[in-house]
Design a binder for this molecule. Structure first.
Ligand SMILES: Nc1ncnc2c1ncn2[C@@H]1O[C@H](COP(=O)(O)OP(=O)(O)OP(=O)(O)O)[C@@H](O)[C@H]1O
Length: 437
């Protein structure tokens, strides 16, 4: 007999704020969230209203309604009055973030660190503060760590920070960029060689592991390691000894190994491109740096940090440019942001690159441009930019999806109800009958 699965039961997991780690089961019914002791879920948070948010839970889903709170309710960074919340979504009221997850989820809650900087890495988003908590825990221990993240998310900076806050901080920090070395030279680069081991080996040479002795070796792009070298690296990691190419003897190593990858190594293992045993050895401790598009709250702080590190005042960027940078999805992550900011402060705002037209507000592209808006107060200029962006984005989205609201909502990653509201606000109607599926 086949087991019948009932309706999906959900729970609300508190990710940040005073009650971090708590979870609340959501059986069908209505729940009021707020500071008042009369609420069903009482939130001990100064920035939360007495009656802040209502959740209506039914078999078909969860609807969240802001109860005219003072500071507003947010979902994935956007303020809402009413919203259908999908499992996986994060709601924020005051300083409290809560994630809607299946009741059976065993997701671990990492309490976000108080700090907004770890070594050279900055970030005030919950996602980055969770990373900082992990780094605080694992850096001092001296164990090997695998750092994952898209290009430009700060993996090298993260490795430097782990080394600097680890027990071998006074030792050397040796970087090996495995994507930048010819495959035939990788072995000798990592492990060294003896004179005559191969053509061109004119003298004995220590490899990166030996050079990093007493400190840390950072293997960047470890996914690029040729298959024939993978067992040798595994041996080094397990036995903590290295044999130079062409030598007979092993030398003991006192070294911390940090590795980074922008590719999904687990997938590479499934595809047979990366050895499972090496992956498991590398991935005992893992840190994943989130892409910038998943933490837009960090953009403003990152802009200020880039300006400060370049010795420029915050005023070096106009408010209109800042507003534009805040909306961009940054596919090249922090590196791209740094490059754009540095280019603009050095060459002027004309040097602002073409940023995905759909994201540039119509008002910005039409006559008047950013110069006209510089006369406006900051808040108004920013609002105009955002309004323009919303209109353009929605127009493109609805066209692309042939007026089908369900599809458009899915593509944009927002709730259908919220999308309808936005369309209404901008006087953009979807096709007759909405084209709903
Ligand atoms: N959180 C951050 N705070 C401050 N600067 C950052 C942060 N993340 C990245 N950067 C800056 O962005 C640039 C790229 O960072 P880094 O080289 O560490 O990225 P990466 O993930 O190693 O990239 P790749 O995979 O391409 O090697 C550097 O200038 C770095 O200083």
């Amino acid at each position: 007999m086949q087991a019948r699965s009932g309706p999906l039961r959900l729970k609300l997991l508190v990710l940040s704020g005073a009650q971090v780690g708590q979870s609340h089961l959501l059986a069908p019914g209505s729940y009021r969230l707020g500071k008042s002791p009369e609420c069903d879920i009482v939130l001990n948070d100064k920035a939360v209203s007495r009656q802040h948010l209502r959740l209506d839970v039914s078999e078909s889903g969860v609807r969240a309604t802001d109860m005219e709170s003072h500071n507003g309710s947010f979902c994935e960074g956007m303020r809402f009055t009413e919203l259908e919340v999908r499992p996986g979504a994060v709601l924020k009221v005051g300083a409290t973030e809560m994630k809607l997850v299946p009741e059976t989820s065993r997701e671990r809650v990492i309490p976000p660190s108080e700090r907004t900087q770890f070594g050279g890495l900055v970030g005030s988003s919950r996602r980055m503060r969770e990373v900082f908590t992990l780094l605080e825990r694992l850096a001092p221990g001296g164990a090997d760590v695998l750092i994952q993240g898209e290009t430009g998310t700060g993996k090298e900076l993260c490795a430097e920070a782990i080394h600097a806050q680890g027990p071998r901080a006074k030792g050397p920090f040796v970087i090996v960029d495995l994507a930048g070395i010819a495959p035939s030279l990788i072995e000798s680069e990592l492990f060294g060689h003896v004179k005559g081991a191969f053509t061109g080996a004119q003298s004995d040479r220590a490899g990166a592991f030996e050079r990093a002795s007493g400190g840390t070796v950072f293997l960047d792009e470890v996914g690029e390691l040729p298959p024939e070298v993978q067992p040798r690296l595994l041996r080094v990691l397990e036995r903590r000894q290295v044999k130079r190419v062409g030598a007979n003897d092993y030398r003991a190593l006192e070294v911390r190994v940090l590795a980074a990858t922008h590719v999904d190594l687990e997938k590479a293992v499934q595809e047979g491109k990366f050895r499972a045993d090496l992956y498991h050895r590398l991935a005992v401790l893992r840190v994943t740096l989130p892409p910038l598009r998943e933490r837009p709250e960090d953009i403003a702080l990152l802009i200020d940090t880039v300006l400060e590190r370049a010795g420029r005042p915050a005023s070096a960027l106009s408010e209109a440019t800042r507003a534009l940078l805040l909306q961009y999805p940054w596919p090249g992550n922090v590196r791209e942001l740094r490059n754009v900011v540095e280019r603009v402060v050095n060459l002027g705002e004309e040097a602002l690159p073409d940023m995905e037209p759909a994201r540039i507000p119509a008002a910005e592209r039409s006559s008047g441009g950013s110069a006209a808006k510089l006369d406006l107060p900051f808040k108004e200029a920013k609002e105009r930019l955002i309004e323009g962006f919303e209109r353009d984005y929605l127009q493109g989205l609805i066209e692309r999806c042939g007026g089908n609201i369900s599809r458009a909502a899915r593509e944009a990653g927002i709730a259908r109800l919220y999308l309808r509201k936005l369309l209404h606000k901008h006087g953009l109607a979807a096709k007759d009958g909405d084209g709903d599926e």
